[in-house]
Ligand binder design. Sequence first.
Ligand code: SF4
Length: 373
Amino acid sequence: MDTGNNNTRSKEIRTIISQVLSGHRLTEDEAVLLLQSRNRDMMEVLAAADQVREEKVGDRVTYVRNYNINITNYCVNSCGFCGFSRKEHDDDLYYYPFETIEAKVKKALKHDITEICSVSGLHPDFNAQSYLDIITHIHHAAPSVHIHASNPMEVAYGAGKSGIPTIEMLSLMKEAGLGTLCGTAAEILVDEVRKIICPQKVDTQTWERIIREAHRLGIRSTATIMFGHIESVRDRARHLEVIRNIQDDTKGFTEFVPLSYIHYNSPLYLNGIARAGATGSEDLLMTAVSRLYLDNFDNIQASWVKTGTKMAQISLIAGANDLSGTMYEESISKTAGAMNTDYLDPKEMKRICEDIGRTLYQRTTLYEIVKKE
Ligand code: SF4
């Protein structure tokens, strides 16, 4: 072990932490250093993120009552990290007709949900109208429920198939009842990484353009990062920079969601290209450094679907303030190999919050408080 180098690094990390706690904006180089911190240095990074979280949003932990409807797993793309998509001859290929969507919405309403979340495979027959029809059906079946749906990839796909500009598609989606856009399909916003993990997906510039168009139209969105596959810590820092710049300009993101890569059933892992996901300390550092880097975000989410509830709880003392949703019928992470993704009872959320001295509140998609649990 090189103690001299370690001491220098520890000193550097302490200096950065003290500067960031006094209001300094992290640079990408500094984020790289923090993301590489280990042992007690890492604990200091987590503690700093927890302090910033407390100063920014207090002791409140939030969650949303939501229900997922993934209309189809038929997808023309073959992203290397995806265990969800299926092709024409696969036995478990599915597509929900409108009657099934309506039945699912009715079922969702029985759970007192306030949000329906819908992202799907890129069905070969879909065009802009298909996405509009889905939104319209959900909206008619549940007019008071917030529709959080599609992502920049789906917008680009639908618009491309119909030969219309993406901003026009977004505007039509809003008219049909879209509340907010999912900030997924971001993965890592570095094209060299995207070319390996999702070569058919929109590139960084297109993802950013569509998000900015949505925000310009008053359609807010989430922001995500999917990490723990082939990317470097520098790529993670670059991604945070892209997200922070957009938020500076638009203020349209509602939250940032670190999504830990689920490797088990994904081609990238099965073919030996990606590693077996992030470790526990990487999960915590990603949350903490996101909190410290994204000084223009209030909400950093702990995704229990990706990491499990025990790690989600610890993320709440490492910078996170939100526990995502109840997630009835989650299937994207489940098919990638994640366990227990279907539903998290708010009673369990309350238990893990109270255990660390925090209070759980139900929120809407836009972070308005519904009630204290
Ligand atoms: S991640 Fe989305 S676009 Fe990529 S293969 Fe899976 S379903 Fe299709």
